[in-house]
Each structure stands twice: as C-alpha cells, then as structure tokens.
Design a protein around this ligand. Structure first.
Ligand code: ZN
Length: 485
C-alpha cells in the first residue's frame, strides 16, 4: 500500500515537471520514463499476493477497512481489463490527441472522427470488461466518481438544466456590467505577488507545496506535504492568474488537508473528482467572487495596480468578476452558464456510448444543443465540438464531475455558514482560516473513508441536490443584475 503510494508520488512529480520545467528535447525520454513507472505500478497492483492479502483482511478497525475497500476496488478494475486493451487504448489515445490538435487547427472534425470512433469502441470494450448493470457509462463514470450512477445523475442534471435556462435568460436580458479591463495592462510580477498573497491567506502552506506557471493550470505533487499548483498570467487581465491560483489553491488545500495517519495509504485521497472540484469551485466562485471577499482584498489589488484599477469602485469590480454571458467555450464560462456546458456534454456522451448517436452526426448534435440550451451556435467546430481535450483522451464520464463539484460546493458552503458563527463577516475582514479549518475538519481530513455523496450527506444532512446551488445563484445574481430570479 505504501509502496504503491510512493510510486504514484514519483509519477506525480515526473508529470508535474513535464508540464512546467522539462526541456523540450527531453519529451521522448520522459514519456518512456513515465511508461516504465506506470508499468511498475500496475505490476505491483495486480500481484496475486496483494489480492490474497486484501481478501483475507478481516476484523479491521474502520480506517483500515476503508483502505482495503479502496485498494480492492482499484485492483479489481486493473485486473479485469486485459493488458492488450490497456495497450490499445494508450496507442489510440496518442494518435487521437495528435489528430485532435490538427483537426482544431484546421477546423476539420473529419480528421478527428475515425479516432473518436476507435476510442469509443475501446471504451465500450473496457466498460464490458469491468462489468455494469446494462449501462456502460456507469463503468466509466466510476473511474472519476466512484459510487455514482447514470440513474442517479440524469434526473439531477435534467432538473438543473430546467432551472438554469430561465435564470440565464433573465440575467442576459439585463444590461451587462462595465468592462473594467479594456485597454489596461497588469504587470506580471505584481500579479504573481498577489496570487502568492492569496494562497497565504487561504492557508495554503508554501512550506509543504509551491506554485509555478503552466499553460493550463493544474494541481499535482507527490504527497500531502508536497503539493504543486500552477497558474497562468495574462497581461491584459489579472483574472486568469487570480482565479487560477484560487481554484488550484482550493484543490491544494484538499491535498494538504488529509489526516497524517492516512499518509501513504489509499484513503489519503478525495473520494471523487466531483468532491475535489467542489473545493476548488467553493474557493474560486462562492468565496472568491463574493463581495465579502473583495471588501478587504480589492484595496490591496488597487495598490498593486494603481493605474489600471485606482479609479474602479469595489461595486464595479464585484460586478466585473461576475459577468454572465452566453459563450461557446466551457473553460471560460461564468458560474451561471457553466453547468449547461456540462449537461450538454453529458447528454452527448451518453448517446455516443449507447450507440444512439453516430460520431459523424456529433458536430450537428452539438450545435443544435448549444442553440437550445445556451442560445448560441458555434460558427465552427474549433469553437464547438473540438474545444475540449477530454474526448481526445478517450475520457467519457469525466465532464459530469464538474457539475457535481458546483452543486456540492454550494451545499458545503451552506453548511459551513450554519455551523461557523460569523463566517461571512470573518471573510469580509480577510480572515479565511475559519472556513479553511472547518473544511479541513469536515471534508479534507476524512480522506476516502466514505463515497463522495455519503460524505456530503454526513456533513450537510442531504446528498446530491441542486437546491443550495440554485438558491445561491438566485440570491447573488438578482442583487448583482437587479433582476427578479
Ligand atoms: Zn479543478
């Protein structure tokens, strides 16, 4: 168990380095180093002796039982998928990534189509090897969101979609906030300084982690005492750096918050991608785009950028960081429209995997759904069906975890407000420790003792629901946009 975790840590380090500092000419060498390490990890995981030990483990204390459960589930999946299929998937992925990049550049879906078809066929085969109760998507979803099922997820996302549509319509009919960034420049050094100050305030321990720059921000690392975040800096607006740092900082606090007694075990982990994302979205949106948060921090930001922001009011800044619009690109979408982008992908993935939607008809289906759900239709495939890398990786079942993260974030923050007296007042004084400490105690420190929804239920009193999220949006945006929601 400990050796597996150590190997995973070194794989994490090599992967982090690949995305940050690796010299270009070392790419090939790193790919083979990683393949060797992953091979070792797999060998250790499927070793028959490990299976025997796991099966014979009886009468253990609760934490150890959870360790056995988590490792058994991971091992079962690894044992069930034949080595031949793993190899075919890896080869198909690298070919598909190359084709996807070219298709995006040339705006030519046809270049990518045969690769997507091949990946879907392999994933169906993988789902069948793992086993499922008639819905292949469940077997894939389980990779990212253990315990979640299509049967549970679909009605929640359908209802969310129905509630969001009129909210988006009402907000988009109101006058948009002023553009405070137009024609401004934000010095990269000052942006970097501010992001480190933010991480410090959130309680991210820079002696047990670090921040660097990468094209796509992410959280990685080797151990809860070595958590690596990245952000990106753009001179024309400080928002990508600020919200990249807060988002990854939320993931980072989760990784640093596992209980010391769980280190080097399978339960020093989040129970799902959705719950991990709930922590990044809670800090990024619920806290980081709130008026309370900026009351104390905006004057500091003005101090760092006196020319660009000296004359901007707190009110206009708050509106500027909460601009809602119907847009094509998911990763740039605001928190109101964001989940619609996710539901769209989820519905399409389900139909693709079930074989009800031929890949050749995917671009048309994408555009039609964009039109009906978001009221816009992308002018080309690059701004539409080709925008995300996930399908080129052959990752089906990943997208819904983003929506789960948003829903869980609102519910968890609601519970924090009920349990921590004066929480919002503390945030407006720039004191973020009470929230961090509450999350550490109630969520992070639990590790993977429970499945995600069970843990949320334990903390909030209810499981997966859109109610807290919708109430949060209605309260916040009716005030910001002066509309009745
Ligand atoms: Zn994230």
């Amino acid at each position: 168990m400990q050796e597996l975790k150590d190997l995973a840590g070194v794989i994490g380090l090599a992967t982090w380095d690949q995305e940050t500092y690796l010299p270009r000419k070392a790419e090939g060498a790193r790919a083979s180093q990683l393949a060797t390490l992953q091979g070792l990890y797999h060998e250790r995981l499927v070793e028959p002796a490990l299976g025997d030990w796991l099966q014979s483990a009886r009468g253990l204390p609760l934490d150890e039982q959870a360790m056995v459960r988590v490792l058994t589930e991971e091992r079962d999946r690894a044992v069930k998928v034949p080595a031949r299929l793993v190899k075919e998937l890896a080869e198909a992925q690298s070919l598909a990534i190359a084709a996807w990049k070219e298709a995006r550049e040339k705006n030519a879906f046809e270049r990518f189509r045969p690769h997507l078809e091949r990946l879907l066929a392999l994933r169906r085969e993988q789902a069948d090897a793992i086993g499922h109760g008639g819905e292949r998507y469940d077997a894939l979803l389980d990779n990212y969101e253990p315990g979640m099922k299509v049967e549970r997820l679909t009605p929640v996302l359908q209802q969310l979609r129905q509630k969001l549509t009129p909210i988006v319509e009402a907000i988009c009919a109101a006058p948009p906030p002023p553009d405070v960034f137009q024609g401004q420049r934000f010095a990269p050094d000052a942006q970097w300084t501010f992001t480190l100050e933010l991480l410090g305030k959130m309680g991210f321990d820079l002696d047990a982690g670090r921040q660097d720059k990468s094209v796509h921000p992410f959280t990685g690392g080797t151990h809860p005492r070595d958590v690596r975040l990245t952000t990106r800096i753009q001179e024309s607006t400080p928002l990508p750096a600020i919200y990249g740092a807060i988002h990854e900082g939320g993931h980072g606090l989760y990784e640093q918050g596992f209980a010391e007694g769980h280190f080097r075990t399978p339960i020093a982990a989040a129970p799902s991608m959705g719950l991990h994302e709930s922590q990044s979205r809670l800090w990024e949106n619920v806290v980081g785009r709130s008026l309370a948060f900026w009351q104390q921090l905006f004057p500091r930001l003005q101090q760092l950028f006196p020319d660009a922001l000296g004359k901007v009011s707190l009110h206009d800044w708050h509106r500027a960081v909460n601009r809602v619009e119907r847009s094509f690109i998911r990763v740039e979408a605001d928190e109101v429209t964001y989940n619609l982008h996710v539901v769209l992908r989820y519905e399409l993935e389900l139909e693709l995997l079930r074989g009800n939607l031929p890949v050749a008809e995917l671009p048309g289906a994408w555009n039609a759904k964009m039109q009906s759900m978001l009221g816009v239709s992308p002018p080309n495939a690059t701004l539409g069906v080709l925008q995300d890398i996930h399908w080129a990786w052959g990752e089906f079942g990943y997208f819904p975890t983003y929506a789960l993260g948003n829903l869980y974030a609102a519910s968890l923050f609601g519970a924090a407000c009920r349990e921590v007296p004066g929480l919002e007042a503390a945030i407006s004084r720039g004191e973020l420790a009470p929230l961090r400490d509450w999350l550490r105690e109630r969520v992070h420190g639990e590790g993977f003792r429970y499945y995600a929804e069970d843990l949320v239920k334990k903390v909030t009193g209810k499981g997966l629901t859109d109610e807290d999220f919708i109430t949060y949006l209605r309260t916040k945006y009716s005030a910001l946009y002066g509309v009745k929601l």
